[in-house]
Design a protein around this ligand. Sequence first.
Ligand code: ADP
Ligand code: 5GP
Length: 219
Amino acid sequence: MSSDGQRGLLLVVSSPSGAGKTTLCGRLRREFPMIEFSVSYTTRAPRAGERHGIDYYFVDPERFSEMLARDELAESALVHGNSYGTSAARVHSAIHEGRDLLFDVDFQGGRQLKARFPADVVRIYVLPPSLGELEHRLRARATDAPEVIERRLRAARDELQHYEEYDYVIVNDDLDRAYEALRAVYLAERQRCSRQRRAAEAVLSGQGYLLVSPGMVAP
Ligand code: ADP
Ligand code: 5GP
């Protein structure tokens, strides 16, 4: 726990592949640089432009199995034939040091994180405006081979069934409008009483609290 007792918020964003969560999360991180991104471990091969340690930690299946066996993952899942998982140590330190953490994980990961950290997790589901538009975006992104795109499209219908497990649903039709909705959810959740101990304690102690942006105090 941080010295002032404030816990970090765990913001989980999920969607079928191609709905736009990477784009939306990227905007959120640019506007609120103090939100940290939870870099996942995966056995998937890197796409062009993806960097080890920034987009993912790219590991071989043996290393992934070792991490699982040592209970080093807060959650893990097999998605589209590859293993993905989140470092447990990273999540614990963010919660206890009062830092907000953003997760791009599938519904299985979201479910496991909610079960493990029920008071800290807020789950947001991003819906494409239609299945046709989802297909169009996946093809236009042109980062995956045609057979990989086919596989992801087949999985999309099943994944979409899980939207009801989430706290919020955002339809990513117009990007600016969808981003406003994501931003609104983050800001509202950050102002919850349970997440404002740092501000309240600073005011009560007479020290005062100068807000630069939500969760960030002026140096
Ligand atoms: P995901 O992370 O969910 O797989 P991406 O963020 O990579 O999806 O988005 C898939 C593609 O759709 C990208 O090429 C992105 O630029 C585009 N995209 C995202 N949001 C929109 C939107 N609202 N309208 C049109 N294209 C979008
Ligand atoms: P991609 O291969 O397109 O980057 O991601 C494929 C899917 O895996 C997406 O739905 C993404 O949210 C999910 N994913 C990425 N990292 C993790 C993780 O650490 N855990 C889980 N459960 N899913 C993840």
